[in-house]
Design a binder for this molecule. Structure first.
Ligand SMILES: C[C@H](O)[C@H](O)[C@@H](O)C(=O)CO
Ligand code: MN
Length: 418
């Protein structure tokens, strides 16, 4: 049977539940996913003075073919984007600046250092998001940045983040869609602190200085990303969820939740509705923690589906900025982007094909039996037939056919790099 014939049969089944499948697919087309560039080169970046990865994060694996230059990274992103349905965004870090071989300190970065990225984004109808890089640098050597006791070190990083917000503004102006500039810092202590308040007070003061520079939200929107622990900050992280949730609410910034940054039994899906009662928007880094914040490629597991359901059932597609954040160097990196991003989109489609109003009604009436039965039954509904039809309509490979493209690209391009 053809993709279309399979689709027709599946559509009829969903329509019996009152789901408008065509409407679901039209909604899905509108959702941009912010795809993180750093999966393509193991968070190396292009700085002239290359630094070791630090900040309590780690990339494991040595699969051949990692991107080494801006051109290689953009080519790899283009290959992945050609296999992912929809119109998306690319998320950059400050270390991906292109400075023509000149050593430019991070607090001296300017929009011109991202001109090629903007030209590329324009030619591929992409939005760009941004992140200051407060790790992998001598001034972050002792694991403290915006909360450091040394004022000079704090001021350096404050200047860097201000410079990055101006680059985010440049992206927004040039591309006609505001950049999300997200601040994550590695600050914390390996062992039990004797004072948790003072570093947090310094972080607050640093952020207040950074955000005292007014930037039009038409071009740049600010987010702050919390964390629970890192390698070397197991006992205490300055920028905890409580800190940033409070800071974001009080200062009208976006609180960014990374799904790997909470206790193993804590789920981000459960936080979305609560936070959207008090904030207009929030941001996500969708990742997969395995035993710790391991940044595995996301899979279509219960939590990813639940995140999709929370976004859709709360009508929050325009309130939640969905970014991805995983870095696996043990598999083909173009495949990692493709698997992870397609799974994020699948999660949203699954939610759009769920009769959410009917299920809400069952809950309101206390009919928890049918609520559970139907939610479980939906897991074996012909979702794949709708997904394949969507991919075909969006001119990307259906099923596993995308992997043939990746394998061809690996043979022709990636294997030639090492
Ligand atoms: C590279 C990113 O800034 C980094 O992954 C950050 O978002 C994070 O989640 C650190 O654990
Ligand atoms: Mn993250």
């Amino acid at each position: 049977m053809s993709t279309f014939e399979n689709y027709q049969l599946a559509k009829a089944q969903y329509e019996k539940l009152g789901v408008d499948v065509e409407e679901a697919l039209n909604h899905l087309k509108q959702v941009p996913i912010s795809i993180h560039c750093w999966q393509g080169d193991d968070i190396s970046g292009f700085e002239v003075n290359q630094q070791e990865l630090s900040g309590g994060i780690d990339v494991t694996g040595n699969y051949p073919g990692k991107a080494r230059t801006p051109e290689e990274l953009r080519n790899d992103l283009e290959k992945a984007l050609s296999l992912i349905p929809g119109k998306h965004r690319v998320n950059l870090h400050a270390i991906y600046a292109e400075t023509n071989g000149e050593v430019v300190e991070r607090d001296k970065l300017e929009p011109k250092h991202f001109k090629k990225w903007v030209e590329w984004a324009k030619s591929h109808d992409l939005g760009l998001d941004f992140n200051p890089t407060l790790f992998s640098h001598p001034m972050a050597a002792d694991g403290l940045t915006l909360s450091h006791p040394n004022k000079e070190i704090r001021e350096f990083w404050i200047r860097h983040v201000i410079a990055c917000r101006k680059i985010g503004e440049y992206f927004g102006r040039e591309l006609g869609t505001p950049a999300l500039t997200n601040i994550w810092i590695p600050d914390g202590y390996k062992d039990i602190p004797s004072d948790r308040l003072t570093p947090r007070r310094r972080l607050k003061e640093s952020l207040d200085k950074i955000f005292s520079v007014q930037i039009n939200e038409k071009y740049n929107v600010d987010a702050v990303e919390s964390k629970l622990f890192g390698i070397g900050s197991e006992a205490y992280v300055v920028g905890s969820h409580e800190f940033y949730l409070g800071y974001a609410l009080k200062n009208n910034k976006l609180c960014l939740l990374d799904t790997g940054h909470f206790h193993p039994t804590e789920v981000v899906s459960n936080k979305i509705s609560a936070m959207l009662l008090f904030s207009d928007e929030l941001a996500l880094h969708v990742s997969r923690p395995v035993r710790w914040d391991s940044d595995h490629v996301i899979i279509l597991d219960d939590e990813l589906r639940e995140i999709g359901l929370e976004i859709i059932r709360n009508e929050a597609l325009n309130k939640v900025r969905i970014g991805l954040d995983f870095f696996d160097a043990s598999i083909n990196r173009v495949a990692a982007w493709t698997i992870g991003t397609r799974n994020m989109i699948k999660s949203l489609l699954y939610a759009l094909l769920t009769p959410n109003d009917y299920l809400r009604d069952l809950q309101e009436k206390g009919n928890f039996t049918e609520r559970l039965a139907l939610m479980e039954e939906l897991k074996t509904y012909p979702f794949g037939a709708i997904w394949d039809y969507y991919c075909e309509g969006m001119k990307v490979p259906t099923g596993m056919a995308w992997l043939d493209e990746v394998n061809k690209y690996e043979a022709a391009v990636l294997t030639k790099r090492d």
